[in-house]
Structure formats: C-alpha cells, structure tokens
Design a protein around this ligand. Sequence first.
Ligand SMILES: Cc1ncc(COP(=O)(O)O)c(C=O)c1O
Length: 450
Amino acid sequence: MKDQNFLKENNARQLWHPMGHPGEAQSAPPKIITGAEGVNITDIDGHKTVDAVGGLWCVNLGYSNTKVKEAISSQLHELPYYSAFAGTSNPTAIEAAYTVQEFFAEDGIERVFFTSGGSDSVETVLRLARQYHRIRGEATRTKFLSLKKGYHGTHFGGASVNGNNRFRINYEPLLPGCHHLPAPNTYRNPYNETDPAQLAQLIAQAMEDEIQFQDPSTIAAFIMEPILGAGGVIVPHETFMPLMREICDRYGILLIADEVITGFGRTGDRSGARHWGVKPDMMSTAKGITSGYFPVGAALISGKVAEVFENSDAARGGIYHGYTYSAHPVGAAAVTACLQETLRLDLKTNAAARGTQLFEGVQKLAQKHDIIGDVRGGHGLMTGIELVSDKAAKTPMDNDTMKKIHQTAYEAGAMVRLGAHNILMSPPLTISEAEIDTVLSALDTGFSAV
Ligand SMILES: Cc1ncc(COP(=O)(O)O)c(C=O)c1O
C-alpha cells in the first residue's frame, strides 16, 4: 500500500465519487477511512469515531464479524466465481437462496433472484412486475406508482420511480409512465396535515384518484420503502402500508416493498413490511444481506408471482434478465453466514431497543436546540433529524452550517450522514447503549457549534 502522503495527494484525483461534485471533492477531499472495529471507524490521521451511518445503512453486524469474513475467504479458495446463467449453479448460491427464503418465509416470499446490489434488485422487481402482467395477458400494465421522497437507487428504472428530484433532473428523460404520490411526512406535505393517520387517508385517496386517472389496467406496480430512508427517515403511520396493500389488491396492482434498508432487522423486525403487518408481492433487498462485506442484492418473489412465472410457457415466462455476478459463489457464502449471524445475535431486538434510545435522545436534544425542526424514527435503528434556520418558517438549514455540524460531531466522536438538510443515522445493529450515548453527545456538540 502506498504511503499516507501519496494517498492524501491523490485523494479524489483519479477517483470520482458517487453522489457528489467531482471538482468539490478535489478542493475538499473526502475523509480517508483506513480501518474499522466493532462499530468504530478510524481515519488516515488515526481519529476514531462511532460510525452512526453503518457504512451506508448496511454494516448491520458491525465491522468485526469473523464468521462472515471467514466464509468469504474460504469460498474464495474453493470457487471464486462461476456463472449462474442457465445451465450452471454453485453450492453456496443454492444454500444462500434457501436461507434467504426461510428468513422471509413469513412475509410470503418463496423465490430468490440474486443481484449485485440494491439498484439491481429494484430494476429486477420492476421488470418482473411488467412481465408478470404480460404472462397473465395484461400487457397494458406497464406503469409504476411510487412515493415522493422515496429512494430506489440510480438505474433508469429506479431513478424513474425515485421521489427526490436531486437524483432525477440531470438524467432526464426518465422512464415514461412513472407517477408519484405525496410522501407520508407530517412535517411537510401538500395538505398541511400533521395527523399521521389522516395523512395516510389523504394519500390513499390521492392514490385511488391517480389510479382512476391513469386507468387501473395500465398500472403494473406500486413500490415503496416501508420506512423511507434516504429521503429523510420518513416513518408512515402504521395504517399506511396496509392501506396501500388494500388498494393494490383492489386494482390488481403488485405491491413492491423496497427493503434495501429496512430488510434484515433494521426496523426491529425481519422486514419493514412485516413491521407494518403487510405481505408484499415482491421485495428488493441488498445491504444487510451481507452486512456490506460483499456486494450482493436480491429480488424476492412471493408465491403468487412465482406461480405465474413457473406455470407459464417458455416464451413468456423466461427471465431474460440477470447479472454476471447474480448468485456469485463468494457473495452467496457471505449471505448465508451473514443471515446466520443476524439470527444468532438477534440483531432486530437490539435494533429496536437502541433505536428507541437514539430516537428519544434526539428528541431531548430537540428541546435544547432550536435548529432541530423535526425528529423522525422510533422504529428501529433509523433516525432522521431535519434542521432548519427558522423554526416557524421551516426554512431548510444551509449547506455550510450542515457541514460545520457534521465536522464538529465527527471530531466529537460520531460519523453521521447528511442528506440535504437532514442528518441521517443508521448505525450497526450491534451498537451498545454506551455507543449510542457517544453519538448523542457528539451531536449535542455539533448543534452547539452553530
Ligand atoms: C431503499 C433503497 N433502494 C435502493 C437502493 C440502491 O441500492 P444500491 O446503492 O446498492 O444500488 C438504496 C440505497 O441506499 C436504498 O436505500
């Protein structure tokens, strides 16, 4: 490995980073993270902090899980790669699919299609949704509904159902036939409705209105995150997802749960859909499936959808979709080990307890700091803080102040994530009570700096 001077000198020179301006990254280079242990990360200058981001909502097991690391390294020696395209399979992929299906059996999941990450999984479920209707003789069902503020990755399909214009405008025109409903956010919504149950009803009405307007026979699927993550941790009312389920059923529309963040325990349940008592028709997953140790995702398919594919003729039911790294043997070994560890350590129970601690702690900070406009979370380890410069007018906090808070909190011991004027937190699900206290105290220091 090159020395520190080389690394600092070349930081963001050749490497373009996702989700940022490449010129800005050269003038304000990203932090170089060199190591990690437990829930802590260390940077190139030796500064150690609690990682309240969990890598990127993904390192559910923390950084030191030897079972997953060993599974990956021994599989590398056994069979580093083989294709799963028609005609060949491999042992770890067969076992991983079995393990994932079992993990989500109560959600009605019966089949697993591996991908290389979350965007791939979203693309897969969107495409399978269209094909499902086509097989059943409803080829006009091609459109998608989704929520504003939803995040579904960056492929053209995912960006088209994405509900945040930051990820859309520069890449237009996107897929035609994608229509968005208001986000279930009581702090900001077009109805000025602060009651979450009422808001759920209003959005349900808007959905029915949109379905009628489009013509139900043209709509393939509705996709939503059970708790909206990157859009600012927006937690819908408990009635919201069941209402969406009921409307989808009434109009023959598939319900897709994008569980890339919420799957595998983060909400305090095995899936976000289960958290709200809903069985989706398909799920898109990634992140916690390997705790980020290896890039893997999976599209998960219910019995209802699987049956249609499996009983169709070869021309219509063949899945001409997939990735070179679908069912990658090393990734698959990581999946099985990761899910075994997720269950053994009962991560969802810790996620629920520590999530409540973090949420309540931030609510206390909101009483002290006027810049906190809204605190969202309370359902597992996903917490969002919306910062404002004027509380009455709800004016979004400016970028420079956000960066100052971020840096001060970092120096005080916690890495948090900025998403526009929101602070987003999704620490490893293994985090302890004392480590959550460290995060809260670092945030307090950050807010006090402005
Ligand atoms: C809900 C959701 N869907 C899809 C994605 C895209 O996943 P990836 O970045 O692995 O492509 C993300 C990423 O954060 C996500 O949060």
